[in-house]
Design a protein around this ligand. Structure first.
Ligand code: PAF
Length: 281
C-alpha cells in the first residue's frame, strides 16, 4: 500500500514511469473518470497480476460526452478519490487538465469500427470515438505493459482491445469482472444520480438479464427473449429501453443461436439516468 503521487502533466508522468522502468518494474494503467467506487478498486487490485507499479488516471473526458449529456454534472472529487486510492497499490494518480489532454488547436479523433458498431453507438454516436481518442492518448503517454478496463462497459472493452491490436500497441488489455451491489446492480459512478425509488427499479436490470439467460438456456429463441426482457424492464418501471441484445461475445455480431460464446447486453433509463449492464450467457 502506498500514498499515490499526484501528477498533472504528461511530461511528469513519462519521467516518473521512466524511473519505475529503470528499476525493472512492469507498469499497469487503470484509466478512470474518477468518482471511484469498489468496481474501480477491484480493477486496481486485479491489475497487480500484470504489473509491479500502478498508475490510475482520473480524467472526465469531454470528447466522449454529447452536448446534451452529463459532462458538467459528472461527479468530480479528486481529494475523495485520492483518499480512496491511499488504501490501494496505486503509486501514481494521473489527473491532467482538459487543456493538458486537448491543447489549443487539438484536431485529431480516432474513428473506430468493428465492435464499436451498433448497441451504444446507435444511441451515443460520439461515444467510442471520444473514448478511443483519450484512451490512445493515455496509453501512448504511459506506455504500460497492461491497462485494465471493467467488463461493465463490455462494448468499450472490445473496442479498446480492437484499437490496441490495430495500432500494434504492445499492451495487454485484461477485463475486470463486474462488481455488483447486494441486489445485483452493477456498480457505476452514475448510480449516485438515482433517487431512492429509482434505485429500487435499477436493481431489476440484472434480474431481468438473469431471467433472459435462463430462458435462452431453456431453448427460447433469441429474438423472443430480447423482446420479453425489454417488456419486463418497462414493466419494472424503466422509462425507456435503448436495447437488450444477445450478441457474439467476441465480436458483438448478431447471432441466431448459442453455438458460440454469447453475451447479453442492455441499456435502459431510470428517470433520466441511463444504466448499462451485461452478462455472459
Ligand atoms: O470507462 C470509463 O471510465 C471511460 O470511458 C474511460 C475508459 C476512462 C475513458 O474516458
Amino acid at each position: 500500500m502506498t500514498t499515490p503521487k499526484i501528477i498533472h502533466t504528461v511530461s511528469e508522468l513519462r519521467a516518473a514511469i521512466a524511473d519505475w522502468r529503470g528499476g525493472g518494474a512492469r507498469i499497469g494503467l487503470v484509466p478512470t473518470m474518477g468518482a471511484l467506487h469498489d468496481g474501480h478498486l477491484s480493477l486496481i487490485q486485479a491489475i497487480g497480476k500484470y504489473a509491479d507499479r500502478i498508475v490510475v488516471s482520473i480524467f472526465v473526458n469531454p470528447a466522449q460526452f454529447a452536448p446534451h449529456e452529463d459532462f458538467d454534472s459528472y461527479p468530480r472529487n479528486l481529494d475523495g478519490d485520492c483518499a480512496k486510492l491511499a488504501g490501494t497499490d496505486a503509486g501514481i494518480v494521473f489527473a491532467p487538465t482538459v487543456r493538458e489532454m486537448y491543447p489549443d488547436g487539438f484536431a485529431t479523433r480516432l474513428l473506430v469500427g468493428g465492435p464499436a458498431e451498433g448497441l451504444e453507438s446507435d444511441h451515443r454516436p460520439h461515444f467510442f470515438g471520444g473514448v478511443a481518442t483519450i484512451v490512445s492518448k493515455l496509453l501512448i503517454a504511459a506506455m504500460p505493459d497492461a491497462a485494465m478496463f471493467g467488463e461493465k462497459d463490455y462494448q468499450q472493452l472490445l473496442v479498446i482491445r480492437r484499437m490496441v491490436t490495430d495500432l500494434a500497441l504492445p499492451i495487454a488489455i485484461p477485463g475486470g469482472a463486474i462488481m455488483r451491489e447486494a441486489d445485483g446492480l452493477a456498480m457505476s459512478s452514475r448510480n449516485a444520480y438515482l433517487s431512492q425509488s429509482e434505485r429500487a427499479i435499477a436493481g431489476q436490470l440484472n434480474v431481468v438479464l438473469k431471467t433472459a439467460i435462463a430462458r435462452l438456456k431453456a431453448g427460447d429463441a433469441i429474438g423472443a427473449v430480447e423482446a420479453q426482457a425489454r417488456d419486463a424492464l418497462l414493466k419494472a418501471g424503466f422509462a425507456n429501453v435503448d436495447y437488450v441484445a444477445v450478441r457474439d461475445a467476441q465480436t458483438l455480431a448478431k447471432i441466431d443461436d448459442l453455438s458460440k460464446p454469447a453475451r447479453i447486453l442492455a441499456a435502459a433509463k431510470v428517470g433520466t439516468t441511463r444504466l448499462i449492464d451485461n452478462m455472459a450467457v
